[in-house]
Design a protein around this ligand. Structure first.
Ligand SMILES: NC(=O)c1ccc[n+]([C@@H]2O[C@H](COP(=O)([O-])OP(=O)(O)OC[C@H]3O[C@@H](n4cnc5c(N)ncnc54)[C@H](O)[C@@H]3O)[C@@H](O)[C@H]2O)c1
Length: 457
């Protein structure tokens, strides 16, 4: 709710001021008890009303909207008031789920009706398909709400730019859903180990991939088919397009944007600069008839403070070989990390590099585990010795929460305590520029250059 519209009775404090004051005084953090979610994490139970509660609406309660709802249910002081979705299936599923945890919500089909009728909201979560993010986020910001908006910010740079500008104009917070930016494992790996301690030495290369097995187009329960005229009213040409919006140019940027944006976002975080060029190759090679490229490979160049660097990325949708992870490579070592720790959560030290035992003593790394198959390097050629597998130094930080929870917590803490967002719209926009350019590079079949001013909204 708008700060000025929500003056607390008789105290002359805006709701946000009051939230900040009461939270810092330790009020309102009481949680009635806990239950377990379907995935075994502790959920906060039916929240008792308290002064620093934040009232929330969700716009877009599909698969990701429900994951975010579930994550919020672990966070004390979050009260869901309303859900908006054009699909009855999503409306019913999410409102029933919320009711189970004590959140009675009003359900809307049209976000404009929600914003007109709900007058006690603090923030909204936007998890609609990418092409609607700007419409929904901008309307919420204009209505005085803070917004957590899923990635990709938009499939159009002009719409993404409008989101940065609306956030600036309204003074409301806009967090973009690149959740790795709040993940303590990634913060430790990138901010502490790579950037502060420089354990990898000069980082010259990065590699990331998201490979997933082939999958059919998404279907739907025929009882919940939306009539064509209603679909058309919301811009969808068919139920197939509505359910499989990711594959359509009008609604999304394809797999490289959908999956790659999370990981390409990390390249500029690690290198400390945005890319200077991109070269890409991809195509609709397997799923004939789909609009977006089903596989893309690309190389970015960066001009970092330490010198030239390159990052290679691939997305595949017909093989899950290697899964998804990111690797950062320097002359003293490399670091492999993934949102799934089993796929990456370790550093590897080059034999000549400064010792890492002191980092273990400081608690920044765990003791080296020998390579799975130790190579006997005594009687083999020199070039084999310098490429033989090194031991792994596991990272000591764990995330014992659902993956999106810390990013949501950062958003709520920014509302309550004025701390900085981990992914403000300016950062989300820079990533959108880097990622959306890839499709242009595939199409043009040539190396494309970025100008630094292109990253500014
Ligand atoms: N951060 C992550 O890890 C992550 C993971 C998956 C998806 N996402 C993002 O979340 C967003 C949603 O993805 P999803 O997988 O949940 O898609 P989905 O198709 O499962 O859900 C989208 C929901 O939005 C609703 N919707 C569509 N148009 C609407 C409109 N005009 N008004 C209101 N509701 C509307 C649909 O009915 C559906 O319930 C996308 O932007 C996607 O990129 C992020």
């Amino acid at each position: 709710m708008d700060d000025t519209r929500t003056k607390d009775k008789g105290q002359g404090l805006s709701r946000r001021d009051f939230l900040r004051t009461s939270a810092s005084a330790g009020l309102g953090m009481a949680v009635a008890g806990s239950a377990l979610s379907a995935r075994g994490f502790a959920l906060t139970q039916e929240p008792d009303s308290s002064p620093d509660d934040l009232n929330l609406a969700v716009i877009g309660a599909g698969e990701q909207g429900r994951i975010l709802i579930d994550s919020c249910l672990h966070i004390p002081g979050i009260r869901f008031k309303a859900v908006c979705d054009i699909w009855e299936y999503s409306q019913r599923y999410s409102s029933r789920y919320l009711k189970k945890y004590g959140h009675e919500v009003n359900v809307y089909e049209d976000y404009r009706e929600l914003l007109a009728k709900e007058n006690d909201l603090d923030a909204a979560i936007v998890a609609t398909p990418d092409w609607m993010h700007a419409t929904h986020a901008n309307a919420c910001l204009e209505a005085g709400l803070h917004v957590y908006c899923e990635k990709e910010m938009s499939n159009s740079l002009s719409r993404a730019r409008s989101m940065v500008q609306t956030a600036r104009k309204t003074g409301k917070l806009l967090q973009i859903g690149h959740q790795r930016r709040s993940n303590p494992r990634y913060l430790h790996a990138i901010d502490t180990l790579i950037r502060e301690k420089r354990i990898l030495g000069r980082v010259s290369h990065a590699y990331a991939q998201w490979n997933r097995a082939k999958a059919d187009m998404r279907g739907w329960n025929k009882l919940y088919a939306i009539p064509p005229d209603q679909l058309a009213q919301y811009g969808y040409t068919s139920m197939t397009a509505f359910r499989n919006w990711r594959w359509y140019k009008r609604y999304a940027g394809g797999p490289v944007v959908d999956l790659g944006s999370h990981q390409i976002d990390l390249f500029s975080w690690v290198f400390g600069v945005n890319p200077s060029t991109v070269l890409a190759s991809g195509g609709v090679d397997y799923y004939k008839g789909r609009e977006w490229y089903d596989n893309v490979m690309m190389i970015y160049e960066f001009e970092t403070e330490q010198g030239a660097a390159r990052a290679m990325y691939q997305v595949q949708t017909t093989t899950k070989h290697g899964g998804f992870y990111e690797a950062f490579m320097g002359d003293d070592g490399s670091l492999v990390i993934s949102e799934v720790p089993q796929r990456g959560n370790w550093a590897l030290r080059e034999a000549h590099a400064p010792e890492w035992d002191s980092l273990v003593k400081e608690g920044l790394l765990q003791t080296e585990k020998p390579p799975i198959q130790k190579v006997d390097t005594r009687n083999i050629f020199l070039d084999v010795r310098v490429t033989a597998e090194a031991g792994r130094w596991p990272l000591p930080v764990e995330l014992a929460k659902p993956a999106h929870q810390p990013h949501l917590e950062n958003f709520f803490n920014a509302i309550r305590h004025d701390i900085p967002l981990n992914c403000p719209p300016e950062v989300g926009y820079e990533t959108a520029v880097a990622v959306l350019k890839v499709n242009e590079a595939v199409e043009s079949q040539r190396l494309l250059r970025f100008r630094p001013d292109q990253f500014k909204a």
